[in-house]
Design a protein around this ligand. Sequence first.
Ligand code: 13P
Length: 337
Amino acid sequence: MTLQEELTSTVQALVAGNKGILAADESHPTIAKRFNAVGVEPSEDKRREYRSLILSAPGLGEFISGVILFEETLHQSSLDKRPMPELLASQGIVPGIKVDKGKIPLVNAPGDEITVGLDSLEDRLEIYKDRGARFAKWRDVYPVSDTLPSRQAVEANAEVLARYAAICQSLGIVPIVEPEVLIDGDHTIARCAEVSEAVIREVFTALARHRVALNHMILKPSMVTPGKDSPKATPEQVAEATLAVFRQVVPAAVPGIFFLSGGQTPEEATENLNALNSRGDQPWALSFSYGRALQEPAQKAWAGNLDNSQDCQAAMLKRARLNAAARAGGYYPAMEA
Ligand code: 13P
């Protein structure tokens, strides 16, 4: 296969059917927070146990097309001693990998951050690809206030995101481009829309500058919502505000917009995705690439105990199935029962 053919086949597999992506790529500090919340002491072995359990849930591949792994997991074996990428392949799921190295304060821009990890990215991608990864993820983060993010942060983050995407494509790896506009704060949905539009517009300007092929990438944005300390918007309001922004700034050549959940509850994230898919045809597939909203119930059910394996896998499958239904606009809350 040529690199172009590899990119095409990976993108097609990721957007296929009514499936979505599972983000299971929490860094050590983040997964430690999730484990502590369910009373589990984090360790390499516990991370392996938990991730092996959710990834081997029987039939997961019916609803999940790709899984974003953390580097450690890519090199681990499952509970039944298969390399994790091999386990995913047996489920018909494409393995992916988070490749950014997190964020640091952006100098001379108080309150803003910049994502790092471009140094030696090519070398790391070669290793990840040898190990089975076919797509990658890089996350930029934008806080929202009356004055943030600064113009400087919007431009600097877009530039690194575009450079990452170009490097991935040059190696036949599909980039997931993730500009996350944070839900933290008490801002209005209108302010979130304003920031999201500026951020995503700048990201596509940078992608064009770096000649990234839009048909060979996936956008992973946040939905347009009020800040989490403001009154909630209805799913219809979220869908309307989100589509109003995205139709202005996301080119039709992008095959899929796979949303992050970003602090929405599992049920909210499903309802909002369903509302987005209930407003007629759009130029792009509208799907999910959730971390917390897919995994929270599974983590609670597991609680660090292998005796709970079946309940953990059932909880994982339930959220995957309901979000796949939402991708088709066919979810209704009674399905939660
Ligand atoms: P959440 O859905 O929990 O926001 O995680 C998605 C993700 O991959 C963040 O980078």
